[in-house]
Design a protein around this ligand. Sequence first.
Ligand code: FAD
Length: 373
Amino acid sequence: MLVPLEPALLQATRATPILEMDTTDHLRDVAHLGSANYDSLRTQFFNAKVPLVNPAEIWRPRTTAEVVTAVVGAKTRGQNVGVRSGGHTLTCPALVEGGILIDTVNLNREIAYNADDYIVSFAPSTTSRELSEFLTGVGRFFPFSHYPTVAMGGFILAGGQGWFAREFGYTSESWIEQVEIVMPDGQTIIASQTEHKDIFWAVPGSGHGFFGVITKIWARTIPARKLYHSTVTFDSTGKIDDLIEWAMNACDAAPTEGVDITITTSFADKGSGSGDDSDDSRIYLTIDTTIYRESLEEAQTASEMLSRFPIEFNDSLVAVNPVKEASWSYVWEVQTSRIPAAGKYRRQGDSLLTNPQATNEQVSLQCKLIIFS
Ligand SMILES: Cc1cc2nc3c(=O)[nH]c(=O)nc-3n(C[C@H](O)[C@H](O)[C@H](O)COP(=O)(O)OP(=O)(O)OC[C@H]3O[C@@H](n4cnc5c(N)ncnc54)[C@H](O)[C@@H]3O)c2cc1C
């Protein structure tokens, strides 16, 4: 979020001594450039490859009022504002040189469910794992992200493709009921289909260009179903084109209702190479199918095209885990085994996979480029 300095607003801000309101409370949680904990707070990102961009201050507000103080103070001083919820965007755009970083990690930390209207409310730093645990406890579901530590603030702005999106659509487009936002002038608003509609419209997809700080989110839920999971892994050496073509066709043929398919490639002999990339040429291709249905029979039927592969792949089969009932904690374990955990690895992101018009041949080529470059 970039807050441009407008002379008229600057004047108004100076006339109002907002910074005098709660200095003792909020100063406890502000780290200045050069202070002892500054760099460990600055580098709290999923990607260990954090650019050398230094905000002047890192704020960790606990309340919406403290966010107002931070935003208005930055505006008064002519600083730009960056916001971090879970820190998963690989380029770390929340860091703004000489500006302030508002880290929402401690902000409004409460998840609440209203059984009258089936709405769940939560903080922007709430993770998918936290929501899955809470919602399982009340027998409800909301399509959070596929990775346990992704936070909802960045997810609804710059992600939004949740579990079973083939059935439920983009989470950010159709599941969010309202958001609380601190605007660049310090005003706190609620944006929804009926209030501040234009700002609500801008939330999904504004990403790093969003012009306010989201401080609280309300979302609709549906009754929880049962979770099932299966995995098949092939050694794709010499067969990557054929395997990807088959896998993409099987994905296209799978029912959209409650079926989520992830295709991952990995080095089979990771660790024996040197430097960032393995020297080894053996590539494993793994297909994880997560199914959200009411019974094992339904789950088996829904995913059968991914368990029936052509006979010529039999020799390449490395492992098969047939469809079985699963829990969210099992699914999170699988996800973190495919994409290793936060903060340890330097990562590079490329994608054409978000382009629904991409052909299977283009996807296949892109996968090979990622694997071999
Ligand atoms: C391992 C992994 C798995 C992923 N899985 C999925 C997935 O299944 N589906 C999907 O759609 N995406 C997925 N993503 C992408 C992810 O949704 C986006 O990177 C998202 O922006 C992450 O949100 P965050 O809050 O964790 O990240 P952050 O880096 O904290 O946020 C990203 C940006 O959003 C803005 N922002 C964050 N919080 C706020 C706030 N409270 N107010 C205003 N602006 C804010 C800031 O500009 C910030 O730079 C994944 C990413 C990774 C690394």
